[in-house]
Design a protein around this ligand. Structure first.
Ligand SMILES: [Zn+2]
Length: 450
């Protein structure tokens, strides 16, 4: 296979390492992970780099030039000569440097495309084509998120596309950014600043803001200090804490806590009438064994109302808090993985007044302002919408509703469901709901990539 070798192979063959400053070190040992290689030099340095065939390190090792030899590594002349002479390469292998214009369009090998049906704009030999082809497959499998599939008029019909071997597969948006005279920050700088802002603490359109580097540094140090403060003091994740707070509140109000399965039978969804609501039905994550990730807590709570209704004294008060899943496309207020709390009461005292009173105590306890609107709902009958500005916090219901029959529930009931991430968005004035969600990018609303 004609191809430039991975960095790993070059390290193994050369048995030496070239530092950034072209200092030649001996390689004592190295470890390889899926993407990285970690080199331990004879002098005790540890370097971790991408195990790529295109990196500067790989290029340096393919060449034979070095500036000086590390005196701590005590390299023998033989090892140095080996590196310089490069007589260890397999003569059957041709190492190709395909020369292609940097601006050449990026194309991606489609799945299942044969390795022979490839054209490469800048290469003329079969080996070069093969090398490019291999690189394409590599790129297509490892960086498929970074490249946009394109079709080319010049490519043969059989789904055959190629990528120039030396073109870095990277988003080029950054390079194309132009800063107009009246805009202080470029789009990418603006994106970075927005990520660093927790809410709307700074108006990025304000005319008297410092230069990007200055503002970025200021925000980064602020966010770092906040994270350290959390670590030294509370150590609580806001979503987990909210769940605990809600739990404590509802238990104190006489509700019993339930934890049920996140994977539920798909028939529950049908029983909830969701199959008739085309949009909601499309949002359900189904598994291949007739189950789905629960898009709501209601079905199992219905079963609990039925079962505990026969056991517990009247009124019965139950609640559950936990993850729910819906395929969502609308980003800033919706999550595909979110946390719901549902509380409901069955039997005595199930009036609209009591429901509104309970919601008021609940949101007052959490320190969240709200307005109440009446509305009709697809799944239930009489609903009470709880709003925070334009953000719907809850759709609460005063039963009974006709669906109760299907679940064996024959007493009046009241209930409300809240999305915890929405409660956090409302409470902390987050611009994006992801700030308070399960995430590796945000911790308690703070961007983690600092
Ligand atoms: Zn050294």
């Amino acid at each position: 296979m004609a191809d430039r070798p991975m960095l790993e192979r070059l390290v193994k063959l050369n048995d030496v390492w070239l530092s950034r400053k072209d200092v030649l070190h001996g390689v004592q040992r190295y470890e390889v992970s899926t993407k990285k290689i970690r080199i331990h030099t004879d002098c005790g340095e540890v370097i971790t780099v991408n195990n790529s065939r295109r990196s500067a390190s790989a290029r340096a090792l393919r060449n034979s030039k070095y500036r000086k030899v590390c005196k701590h590594c005590k390299l023998s002349d033989e090892r140095i000569n080996r590196f310089v002479a490069k007589d260890f390469y397999d003569p059957g292998i041709t190492y190709v440097e395909a020369t292609v214009k940097k601006s050449a369009p990026k194309k991606v090998m489609k799945k299942g495309a044969g390795s022979t049906a490839v054209t490469s704009a800048g290469s003329s030999t079969a080996q070069q084509t093969a090398a490019a082809n291999s690189t394409v497959q590599q790129a297509a499998t490892t960086e498929n998120n970074a490249v946009q599939p394109q079709t080319s008029a010049s490519a043969p019909a059989a789904a055959s596309v190629s990528v120039p071997a030396t073109t870095p597969i990277q988003p080029t948006a950054k390079e194309n950014v132009t800063v107009s005279a009246n805009e202080k920050y470029s789009p990418s700088q603006r994106k970075r600043l927005e990520a660093l802002l927790v809410s709307d603490e700074i108006d990025l359109d304000s005319p008297d803001l410092p230069p990007f580097e200055e503002l970025e540094a200021e925000l980064v140090s602020k966010r770092k200090a906040e994270l350290v403060d959390i670590y030294e003091n509370s150590r609580e994740h806001m979503l987990a804490k909210l769940e605990r707070d809600i739990s404590a509140f509802l238990i104190s109000k006489g509700f019993i806590e339930i934890k049920s399965s996140i994977l539920i039978p798909e028939e529950y969804i049908i029983k909830m009438g969701i199959d008739k609501d085309v949009e909601l039905s499309k949002q359900v994550f189904r598994t291949d064994d007739g189950k789905c990730l629960r898009p709501m807590l209601a079905p199992v709570l219905y079963n609990y109302l039925h079962r505990f209704g026969k056991v517990m004294p009247d009124p019965l008060k139950i609640f559950e808090i936990g993850p729910c899943y819906r395929k969502e496309s609308d980003g800033s207020s919706h999550l595909e993985e979110f946390t719901m709390v549902n509380f409901c009461q069955m039997g005595e005292g199930c009036t609209r007044e009591n429901l509104v009173q309970l919601i008021d105590e609940f949101l007052t306890y959490l320190g969240i302002s709200y307005e109440i609107e009446g509305d009709e709902c697809m799944v239930y009958g009489a609903t009470v919408d709880v709003m925070h500005g334009d953000l719907e916090l809850s759709s609460a219901v005063v039963g009974p509703v006709p669906m109760d029959m299907d679940w064996g529930v024959d007493k009046p009931w009241i209930g409300a469901g809240f999305g915890l991430e929405r409660l956090l968005k409302a409470k902390y004035n987050f611009k994006n709901i992801k700030r308070g969600s399960r995430s590796e990018f945000y911790y308690n609303g703070i961007y983690t990539n600092l």
